[in-house]
Design a protein around this ligand. Structure first.
Ligand code: HEC
Ligand code: HEC
Length: 390
């Protein structure tokens, strides 16, 4: 007995050892097989994987090039992700500041642009869309003169960008407009410097993502041309300057103390959501209140809602200047009644304190009268219905 067990022990070790080696080899083989397969699997992060070679096509109107540019117009770069340090990537097109486009973006009450192509195809069949079309057959939609006439999903998205009030999603019209005037600002305006080419690129990107990278589904150029009945062209000077090159997360996106308020308002895109008297670029925003803080700051502080937030320790301003700085740097502490908590949360990182202070001082010079006495913006009309609430 004793002898037998002594003999079998080394044998057992040998057998076990061989088995272990085999298992290890199998595991390694399996792992590397998996790794080899992985890049080919469809990636849920935007359209990146299948579009890896996208920018190499020489034709600026090729789907590859359009999708590539569209991503940069939307997010400012080609590797967009929601990052706890940098916050939401927002490019010159501004769309992600209101619409959920990245899967990891939190939902909000505005229509998500994830899945928008499928929804767009349904929208144009709605009786409600036909009603908008009938309402604007004669003169066109007042602000843009465009008559709603989208025939395809791509055309509907183009129409939404060029004429937000051609069809207004229920519940998302500006205050008192009975959903006839959209809260969405007009983005392709000459003064904002965004070209038709860049807008078509945004649509191309949305189409590519929704088709999971299948570029044969990218019809943005044709959609644009069919919608407007003319050829899509490159913006002037496109051959000289690169289009919407990636804006690195650096000083070009940070408001500095030495910069005048209107520069900061443009850089940080406050105009997208706010009307700001005397600032030419800021005449269309309706998502946030009109900024006439000389009139409103003191009233806000006195309001029962603010006093409640104060007693709960969420806010701490006692002077108008503190209130304005706080509204910019800590926007969720107090929400102006009647509005959403839609203000970007990362201005803390994007403004030096000096710049926030200068901005606050400037905003505190603007009272309600300034809105009426300022220059007349081109084609002032129904879109400028005041949304002030006190
Ligand atoms: C300041 C906020 C804001 C910004 C910035 C913005 N939108 Fe909108 N958008 C809205 C709101 C609010 C609506 C819903 C009202 C309406 O139908 O116009 C909307 C509606 C839309 C719709 C129609 C969606 C549907 O379900 O029918 C599309 C498409 C759209 N936006 C695309 C864009 C694109 C593309 C950009 C960037 C170029 C953009 N939006 C920028 C606020 C915004
Ligand atoms: C995406 C939309 C959006 C952008 C961009 C935005 N805001 Fe706002 N802002 C809002 C909304 C919505 C409110 C009202 C809700 C609240 O109090 O947070 C608001 C409120 C404010 C208030 C308080 C106004 C009052 O009447 O009490 C100030 C001040 C303000 N914003 C300044 C700014 C400045 C300065 C910028 C640019 C640096 C900016 N906002 C950019 C949406 C925006």
């Amino acid at each position: 007995m004793k002898k037998k067990s002594k003999l079998s022990s080394p044998l057992l070790h040998l057998v076990l050892g061989a088995l272990l080696l085999l298992v290890l080899m199998l595991v390694r083989e399996f792992r590397s097989g998996e790794a080899r397969k992985r890049p080919a699997a469809p990636s849920p992060t935007a359209a990146s994987a299948p579009l890896a070679k996208r920018a190499e096509n020489a034709d600026p109107f090729s789907p590859e090039r359009l999708v590539d540019l569209g991503e940069r117009v939307l997010f400012g770069n080609n590797n967009p992700r929601l990052d706890s340090d940098q916050g939401l990537p927002v490019g010159p097109g501004q769309c992600p500041s209101c619409h959920k486009i990245l899967p990891e973006q939190p939902p909000n009450r505005f229509p998500p642009l994830i899945g928008v192509m499928a929804r767009a195809g349904e929208r144009i069949k709605e009786e409600r869309y036909q009603a908008f079309a009938r309402r604007h057959t004669e003169a066109g939609e007042p602000k843009t003169g465009i008559r709603p006439h989208a025939k395809t999903a791509g055309e509907y998205v183009i129409e939404s960008i060029y004429c937000p009030s051609c069809y207004v999603v229920e519940g998302l019209g500006i205050h008192d407009s009975n959903d006839t005037v959209s809260m969405m600002p007009l983005i392709p305006r000459p003064d904002l410097g965004l070209s038709d080419y860049e807008m078509a690129a945004v649509v191309a990107y949305l189409q590519a993502v929704e088709a999971q990278g299948d570029l044969s589904k990218v019809t943005a150029k044709e959609d644009w041309e069919n919608y407007f009945g003319r050829q899509l062209t490159l913006p002037e000077g496109a051959d000289k300057k690169p289009l919407s090159v990636a804006v690195p997360q650096d000083l070009s996106k940070v408001g500095l103390s030495k910069e005048p308020p209107d520069v900061i308002i443009e850089k940080l895109a406050c105009y997208v959501c706010h009307k700001i008297p005397t600032v030419r670029i800021a005449q269309v925003g309706t998502i946030g209140p009109v900024l006439t803080l000389k009139t409103t700051a003191e009233k806000r502080i006195q309001s029962p809602e603010y006093q409640r937030a104060l007693s709960e320790g969420k806010v701490r301003a006692t002077t108008p200047k503190q209130y304005v700085i706080e509204s910019i740097l800590n926007p969720s502490g107090f929400i102006v009644p009647g509005f959403d908590d839609a203000m970007p949360k990362n201005f803390k990182e994007r403004l030096t304190f000096g710049a926030a202070e200068n901005l606050a001082e400037f905003l505190l010079t603007l009272d309600e009268g300034a809105m009426e006495n300022q220059f007349q913006p081109a084609s002032d009309d129904a879109g400028s219905v005041s949304k002030m609430r006190d």
